[in-house]
Design a protein around this ligand. Structure first.
Ligand SMILES: NC(=O)C1=CN([C@@H]2O[C@H](COP(=O)(O)OP(=O)(O)OC[C@H]3O[C@@H](n4cnc5c(N)ncnc54)[C@H](OP(=O)(O)O)[C@@H]3O)[C@@H](O)[C@H]2O)C=CC1
Ligand SMILES: Nc1nc(=O)c2c([nH]1)NC[C@@H]1CN(c3ccc(C(=O)N[C@@H](CCC(=O)O)C(=O)O)cc3)C=[N+]21
Length: 303
């Protein structure tokens, strides 16, 4: 049995981050330093660790990086005021409000207040619209789907495939992953199916896919026999599940798994992304790429 080509998210992300760092140096030579502000409300440990890794990547790229941490009890109006002050701050080109926000807050209202030109997550309705009409010079594309497309291009190059005409199935229809992913695949001329929790016979739908994207949030839901032989499998899922034994502080160990049963799927797929070390790495890298691009668009035209 041939084993799938492993799409190494860490290595591909490093490539992207290297390019961003080089281009940032060039932009700084013109007097512009990309600035990224992250906003975290509450103390969710997973969110804290994501935000920390974003700050670290920003500094490694040579960005100006600021982090705002607000207590869970923050008044929504105070968060809105912070967003407005970041909108008005010329040293900040990218604003990321970490999701999920506390349930007491209206997340849509917060996201819609972010200046679309600084919306490096690509979640603002203006960016959603620009993506859907294909205005890619002005749109900011959500990081996870954008990173997934880069990995798909690597897979196509390695396997000698092309996306045009391919059957693509995206499992998941969220605004942050599933829908924008489907838009990008459509732009690349795939025949796109979006599946979700009401889809009948999901396994059969998945088996049609030359390109299968799982963005579900269900640990290892996609089994090996859901994968068409030779398909390219992009596993977006990040699920923390119980591991074996105890950690150093005596708490039960946990581990990360994707939405795809990796070992089974890797026996059948043509190429596959691992979890961890897959799409998650690319998400952080694309956030840096989006921030650099936002800074460039804000900078006066250079020679
Ligand atoms: N790698 C990365 O950088 C990132 C990873 N993630 C991870 O990706 C996953 C998806 O995230 P996100 O899109 O935000 O999640 P959401 O919970 O917003 O959306 C999940 C989607 O999956 C569908 N779904 C849920 N259960 C099933 C099922 N049993 N069968 C079929 N469809 C199902 C839902 O359907 P319905 O609409 O009908 O409810 C929904 O459309 C999560 O594991 C998340 O942690 C997210 C962002 C970034
Ligand atoms: N406004 C906003 N924008 C986001 O982009 C956003 C968000 N909110 N909320 C949560 C999700 C999730 N997300 C991830 C980022 C990095 C990894 C990542 O780096 N994962 C590593 C491992 C991480 C670990 O070990 O915990 C990996 O897959 O190898 C994963 C998931 C961004 N999100």
């Amino acid at each position: 049995m041939t084993k799938a080509y492993l799409l190494d998210g860490k290595a591909i992300a490093e490539e992207t981050l290297g390019r961003v760092a080089r281009e940032t140096a060039a932009l700084r030579a013109r007097g512009v330093t990309p600035g990224l502000a992250t906003v975290l409300v509450g103390e969710d440990p997973a969110s804290q660790s994501y935000v920390a890794s974003k700050g670290k990547a920003a500094r490694a790229c040579g960005f100006h990086s600021v982090q705002h941490t607000l207590p869970t009890t923050t008044d929504e109006l105070d968060l809105l005021a912070l967003v407005e002050s970041l909108n008005a701050d010329p040293t900040i080109h990218g604003i990321l409000v970490q999701l999920p926000l506390p349930k007491t807050m209206n997340a849509a209202r917060v996201l819609e207040l972010i200046d679309p030109r600084k919306d490096v997550d690509g979640f603002h309705p203006v960016n959603v619209g620009l993506l859907s009409v294909g205005e890619m010079d002005r749109a900011i594309v959500p990081c996870t789907p954008a990173g997934s497309m880069i990995m798909l291009d690597k897979a196509c190059a390695a396997l000698g495939r092309t996306l045009a005409g391919a059957e693509a199935v995206v499992i998941g229809r969220s605004n942050i992953v599933g829908k924008p992913m489907a838009q990008l695949l459509l732009q690349r001329h795939c025949t796109v199916t979006i599946a979700h929790s009401r889809t009948r016979d999901l396994a059969a739908v998945a088996r049609r896919a030359d390109v299968l994207v799982a963005a579900v949030g269900q640990p290892e839901m996609v089994r090996g026999d859901w994968v068409k032989p030779g398909a390219i499998v992009i596993d977006v899922g990040i699920n923390r599940v119980a591991g074996e034994g105890l950690d150093a502080s005596g708490k039960p160990k946990t581990r990360l798994v994707g939405d795809v049963a990796y070992a089974e799927a890797a026996e059948v797929a043509g190429a596959i992304t691992p979890v961890p070390g897959g799409v998650g790495r690319m998400t952080v890298a694309m956030l840096m790429a989006n921030t650099l691009e936002a800074a460039r668009r804000a900078a006066p035209a250079g020679e």
